[in-house]
Design a binder for this molecule. Structure first.
Ligand code: CP
Ligand code: NVA
Length: 310
């Protein structure tokens, strides 16, 4: 980024951008996607380098950021805890100072949000959250792009969240507050969303339901996620028992609007949080959702590095 060209922005939580910036990004993602589908070369990030730091496993996030950066003319450096000094207790602040003097953009997937916040505070370049225990903003960016493609604006709509009060649930709540829709949340007892952790101040952006079927009633979109997120594997056995009734099946989809969509950030466990007939059924848009990680993040990287185009 040229000094003083644009105020540097990080993307650490969904609420780091405003509604009108999202409107710009969704339109920009549409344009970038259309060009890509038409095999039109578009390389505004030539000579730019993205550092990707993974402290947890990934398929979609790695492929979408890596392919996206190459397609836009740039390059990537891939680091993991195991093969860098991050795994040998080099302070995150020092890693940030060094990596951000050599690269133009950093994407991090890690555990506590506090770690990515500390990295960003010592980074000279924009930092993107590729998933933390608390949030997964790039996924919701792609999910809402997918909703818009299929159904138009999400404003005023109802999204049913069935399952864990996790990073995805928190990010849906932030998105609801910013973009003006409502989340119907149903989690087992003990796995509720915490509005403080979610970082929402408007209690009107979500409603809590004990019964997942009630959360789905009349919803425009039904979505779920794994019962056990990365980092919580030790709780797996207890979670399998607690979440047994939080499986999105055909009956729950039938309670939603007839044209309701089904989304899942993937990876999915058929027979646990979602029935095969739902994720592989006609209302599911999970493959579009996964593909849109690529297009949405290309728009995001372009925005963070170059600002608004045109
Ligand atoms: N949805 C998602 O972030 O997938 P990965 O864990 O494969 O990156
Ligand atoms: N909630 C899941 C999402 C995986 C993309 C996790 O954090 O493991």
């Amino acid at each position: 980024m040229k000094p003083g060209a644009t105020l540097m922005k990080h993307y650490l939580q969904f609420k780091d951008l405003r509604a009108e910036e999202y409107a710009y990004l969704f339109e920009r993602a549409r344009i970038i996607k259309t060009r890509f589908k038409n095999y039109e070369k578009y390389q505004p990030l030539a000579d730019r380098t993205l550092a990707m730091i993974f402290e947890k496993a990934s398929t979609r996030t790695r492929v979408s950021f890596e392919a996206g950066m190459y397609q836009m003319g740039g390059s990537v450096v891939h680091l993991t805890t195991g093969d860098s000094q991050l795994g040998r207790a080099e302070p995150v602040e020092d890693s940030a100072r060094v990596i951000s003097r050599m690269c133009d953009l950093v994407m991090i997937r890690t555990y506590e949000q506090a770690k990515i916040a500390a990295f960003a505070a010592h980074s000279r370049v924009p930092v993107i959250n590729g998933l933390t225990n608390e949030y997964h903003p790039c996924q919701i960016l792609a999910d809402i792009l997918t909703y818009i493609e299929h159904r138009g604006s999400i404003q005023g709509k109802v999204v049913a969240w069935v399952g864990d009060g996790n990073n995805m649930a928190n990010t849906w709540l932030q998105a609801a507050e910013i973009l003006g829709f409502t989340v119907h949340v149903s989690t087992p007892g003990g796995y509720e969303v915490d509005p403080k952790v979610a970082g929402v101040s408007d209690a009107g952006c979500y409603r809590v339901f004990e019964d997942p079927m009630e959360a789905c009633r009349g919803a425009d979109l039904v979505t779920t996620d794994v019962w056990t997120s990365m980092g919580y594997e030790a709780e797996n056995e207890a979670r399998q028992k607690a979440f047994a009734d939080w499986c999105v099946d055909a009956e729950m989809m039938a309670a939603a609007k007839p044209d309701a969509l089904f989304m899942h950030c993937l990876p999915a466990h058929r027979g646990e949080e979602v029935a095969a007939e739902v994720i592989d059924g006609p209302q599911s848009v999970v493959w579009d959702e996964a593909e849109n990680r690529l297009h949405a993040q290309k728009a995001l990287m372009e925005y963070l590095l170059l600002g608004r185009i045109g």
